[in-house]
Design a protein around this ligand. Structure first.
Ligand code: COI
Length: 357
């Protein structure tokens, strides 16, 4: 793969970009993006260009048939260390699994990694330096054929944008609604792919959850409405003393890279881990009996966020013994320290990227 083609007109804008003091998640955008087009059965060159509005034909396929996939990963530069990326090759592999399922072309792993490395290295001087903050990088691909026929597009655009961001949740812990009516994904569907429609399908339940005083929704399996799946953008873990339990992967759960890393990291620090079918009824009983002591949600954006309570639309609710549990926080601190360059990295997950500015 050749070098990235840099539009030099954007370099001064990048150099002059000032990081605002008040960051939230995903609102401030880096002043450039990376672009690559697919046509005639092959990918073109990677280009670094000014951040700009896109011009789309009203019949652009993605607007009608949602042929779209995305990824999320972070670059860290806490207290001047780094910048570091965390397992970008895992995002690249997952991107291609999503691409396959959505009838889209795969992107070579090295093209994906090169694009997020370029995003990181040119953003060097405005990656926030407070622990928990980061440059949130959003690679995505969408169908660009212009016509209303329902058939796979033959042209696609791959873009990478990035946002200097604070941690996703400002609150310390979240209250979670167990969704017993709507479902997020069904067997044979696209639940294991990171495609926008899965997130769109979650929004109505999210609105209802907020009305009922909850922060997030926990999805159950579509067939028996019994087994815990995931939380849209987050995976779920319960803590039983020194054991972590998380739903085993199915075709209706998106495999989180944070989830995968926690499983290895937890074993490394001496915890037991189990991936199994988890019935929500058993979980509630275990919380009531005190055997399940903590629960948390994890994902790239949220890192690891403690769950303080789980409940239902009926109003019935159980509170975790520890709203901000010790085991949860130990894993959070350990993994975040590894990502941010404060802790050793026995797994070689952290990638140092050369800064351009
Ligand atoms: C991520 O952690 O990257 C997610 O998937 C959450 C995002 C949709 C905000």
């Amino acid at each position: 793969m050749s070098e990235i083609n840099v539009d030099s007109s954007v370099l001064e804008t990048i150099q002059n970009f000032k990081l605002p003091n008040d960051l939230t998640f995903g609102k401030v955008l880096s002043p450039f993006m990376i672009e690559c087009d697919y046509a005639d059965g092959k990918w073109g060159e990677l280009k670094l260009v000014p951040y700009r509005q896109l011009s789309l034909d009203p019949t652009c396929k993605v607007l009608h048939y949602a042929q779209e996939i995305f990824e999320g990963l972070k670059a860290y530069k806490v207290k001047g260390e780094g910048p570091f990326l965390f397992r970008p090759d895992e995002n690249a592999k997952r991107f291609n699994l999503s691409a396959k399922r959505m009838a889209m072309p795969e992107l070579p792993i090295e093209t994906f990694v090169k694009s997020v490395e370029a995003m990181t290295s040119y953003s060097g001087h405005f990656i926030p330096q407070r622990s928990g903050d980061s440059l949130y990088i959003r690679p995505f691909m969408f169908a660009t054929d212009n016509n209303l026929g329902i058939k796979p597009s033959e042209t696609f655009k791959y873009l990478v944008v990035a946002s200097p961001s604070a941690a996703y949740f400002s609150t310390g812990s979240v209250n979670v609604l167990i969704e017993q009516e709507a479902v997020r994904a069904c067997p044979g569907g696209v639940g294991a792919s990171k495609t926008g429609g899965n997130y769109a399908a979650s929004l109505l339940s999210m609105i209802n959850a907020k009305k009922l005083g909850y922060d997030q929704v926990l999805w159950l399996d579509a067939v028996e409405k019994t087994y815990i799946e995931e939380m849209s953008g987050m995976n779920f873990f319960a803590v039983y003393g020194d054991k972590l339990v998380t739903p085993e992967l199915t075709e209706t759960i998106l495999e989180g890279i944070t989830r995968k890393s926690i499983l290895d990291y937890a074993e490394f620090i001496g915890l037991k881990v189990e991936q199994q079918r988890m019935s929500y009824k058993e979980l509630i009983a275990d919380i009531k009996s005190g055997s399940c002591t903590e629960a948390f949600a994890c994902g790239t954006a949220v890192i690891i966020t403690p769950i303080s309570s789980l409940g239902f639309a009926s109003g019935e609710k159980v509170h975790l013994k520890e709203a901000t549990g010790k085991v949860t926080m130990k894993i959070r601190e350990g993994l975040l320290g590894l990502q941010e360059g404060r802790n050793e990295d026995p797994f070689n997950w952290r990638i140092k990227v050369e800064k351009k500015f």
